[in-house]
Design a binder for this molecule. Structure first.
Ligand code: SF4
Length: 424
C-alpha cells in the first residue's frame, strides 16, 4: 500500500513542478511516507528526520514532510518535536497535499490528520497517478474492520471502504488504452471488497469485470484475508485465465490458540481447507504468506505448529516478523510477552525452514516453460527480466525491446530469490 501511496503522492505533486530524484541533497521537497505496522516506526522517522536536518540547514528552502501511518498517529507532536519539519499529513489527507505544499512554500507549517466521512472518502478515493509502464496498482478498497489484536491498521487507516466499481473499471480501461498489461488490485483486505455495501458488486464480480477489459492480460490482487476467501473467488481462479497463479494469504500462526488471541477469525484447519480449495481450482498456484513469531503467550509447541503449517502449505515465499507491541492495540496489553532472545531464535528457525522450502520450490520450476511478462532490464549486462504468473522473477538473455511483451522461457537454473531462463 505504501508503494502505491508514494506513487500517488508523486503524481499529485507533478503539476506543482515536483519530480522524483534519487539524491536527497538535490531535493526541494523530501517526504517520508511512513508505515507503523511494524515496531519502532516512530523512532525510525525521528532518526531519518535527524539525518535530513543538515540538508535543511544548508538549503533552507528545502521542505520536509511526513505522511502515512506515523503521521496519522503522531500528528501535531511531530511538528512540536521537530522544529525544522514543515508538513504532516495523515492517511486520509493525500488530496490536501498540493495545497499544503504550496502553503509550505510560503512558510506555513501545517498538520492535517483528520479522517474523512464515508461520502468524502468515496468521492476522494486516491486514484493511481503513475504514468507509463506496463504494470500498475489500482486501489479498490481502503481501511480494515477486522481489528486483529496486534494490528494498528484499523486505527491509522480507518474503517473499511470499497471504491465504486464503475470508477475502478473506468480507471483500468484508461490504463489498458495507455498500454498497461497487468494490474494489481490493492486493499488492506482486498477480498472483502464490496461486502460493506458501498459497491454494487463483490470482489469476485469485480475480478470478472476487470478480466473482461481488452488489453489487460494479467490480474493480481493483494492482500487477501483467509476468512474472506469465498467460493465465488475460488471459482474465479478456475475460470479466469487472466488471473495470475499467485495469492498472498497471510496465516500469521499455525496454532489455533494463538489465532484466537490474534482475533484472526479462522482456525488452522479452516485456513488449510481454503488453501486446498484454491490449489484444486488452480493447480500450480503459488502461495505466499506472513507469519508472526513470539506472539504473547506463544509457547514452543504452538510455535512448532506454525512450522508444521509452513511444511504443509509450502509457501513460495514468506514475510516473517517477531511480534512487537503496537501502542493502542489489544495485544499490547496481553500477558506473556516473549523475551526478545526467544523471539529471535524462533524467527531464525522459521526463516531457515522457509529458505529451504523457497529453494526447493524454485528448483521444482527448473525445466518448466513459463510465460513471462517482461518488465525491465536486469542488473547483469545483456539480460532482461520478466515475471511468471506465479510471481517469480526470471532473468534471461534478451533485448530490452522485449519489455512490455509476453515471452515463453524455459527455466534453466534456480537461485534463492530468482530464476534463470532461456527464451524459447
Ligand atoms: S486484517 Fe488484521 S492484520 Fe490485516 S490490516 Fe486488518 S486488522 Fe490488520
Amino acid at each position: 500500500m505504501n508503494v502505491s501511496d508514494s506513487e500517488k503522492i508523486a503524481g499529485l505533486l507533478q503539476p506543482l513542478g515536483y519530480g522524483l530524484t534519487a539524491d536527497p541533497s538535490s531535493a526541494d521537497l523530501i517526504i517520508l511516507n511512513t508505515c507503523s505496522v511494524r515496531a519502532k516506526a516512530e523512532e525510525k522517522v525521528y532518526g531519518h528526520l535527524g539525518r535530513y536536518k543538515p540538508l535543511k540547514q544548508e538549503r533552507p528552502h528545502l521542505l520536509l514532510a511526513v505522511g502515512g501511518c506515523v503521521a496519522q498517529q503522531e500528528g501535531e507532536r511531530l511538528l512540536r518535536k521537530v522544529p525544522f519539519l514543515d508538513l504532516v499529513f495523515g492517511t486520509h489527507n493525500l488530496h490536501l497535499l498540493p495545497e499544503m505544499v504550496r502553503a509550505a512554500e510560503q512558510g506555513e507549517r501545517r498538520v492535517e490528520t483528520g479522517f474523512m466521512d464515508r461520502d468524502e472518502r468515496l468521492d476522494l478515493f486516491p486514484v493511481d497517478a503513475q504514468q507509463g509502464g506496463i504494470t500498475r496498482f489500482v486501489t479498490v478498497m481502503q481501511g480494515c474492520d477486522n481489528f486483529c489484536s496486534y494490528c494498528i491498521v484499523p486505527y491509522v487507516r480507518g474503517r473499511e471502504i470499497s471504491r465504486r466499481s464503475a470508477e475502478i473499471l473506468a480507471e483500468i480501461r484508461g490504463m489498458a488504452e495507455q498500454g498497461v498489461r497487468e494490474v494489481t488490485l490493492l486493499g488492506q483486505n482486498v477480498n472483502s471488497y464490496g461486502l460493506k455495501g458501498e459497491s454494487d458488486i463483490n470482489f469476485a464480480a469485480l475480478l470478472r469485470a476487470v478480466s473482461a477489459i481488452d488489453g489487460i492480460e494479467r490480474i493480481r490482487f493483494t492482500t487477501s484475508h483467509p476468512k474472506d476467501i469465498s467460493s465465488a473467488l475460488i471459482d474465479c481462479l478456475a475460470d479466469l485465465p487472466k488471473l495470475c497463479s499467485h495469492i498472498h494469504l497471510p496465516a500469521q500462526s499455525g496454532s489455533d490458540r494463538v489465532l484466537t488471541r490474534m482475533r484472526r477469525g479462522y482456525t488452522r484447519d479452516q485456513y488449510l481447507e481454503k488453501v486446498a480449495l484454491l490449489r484444486a481450482a488452480r493447480p500450480g498456484l503459488q502461495i505466499t504468506g506472513d507469519m508472526i513469531v513470539g506472539f504473547p503467550g506463544e509457547d514452543d509447541g504452538e510455535f512448532r505448529e506454525t512450522l508444521a503449517l509452513m511444511e504443509e502449505v509450502r509457501y513460495a515465499d514468506l514475510f516473517s516478523f517477531m511480534y512487537s507491541p503496537r501502542p493502542g492495540t489489544e495485544a499490547a496489553g496481553y500477558d506473556g510477552m516473549i523475551p526478545r532472545a526467544e523471539k529471535q531464535a524462533r524467527l531464525a528457525e522459521l526463516q531457515a525452514l522457509q529458505r529451504t522450502v523457497t529453494a526447493e520450490t524454485n528448483r521444482s520450476l527448473v525445466g518448466t516453460v513459463q510465460t513471462l511478462l517482461v518488465e525491465g532490464v536486469s542488473k547483469k549486462d545483456g539480460q532482461v527480466y520478466g515475471r511468471t504468473s506465479g510471481n517469480r522473477i526470471v532473468n534471461f538473455t534478451g533485448h530490452r525491446s522485449l519489455i512490455g511483451s509476453f515471452v515463453e522461457a524455459t527455466i534453466s537454473r534456480a537461485y534463492q530469490n530468482s530464476l534463470l531462463g532461456e527464451l524459447r
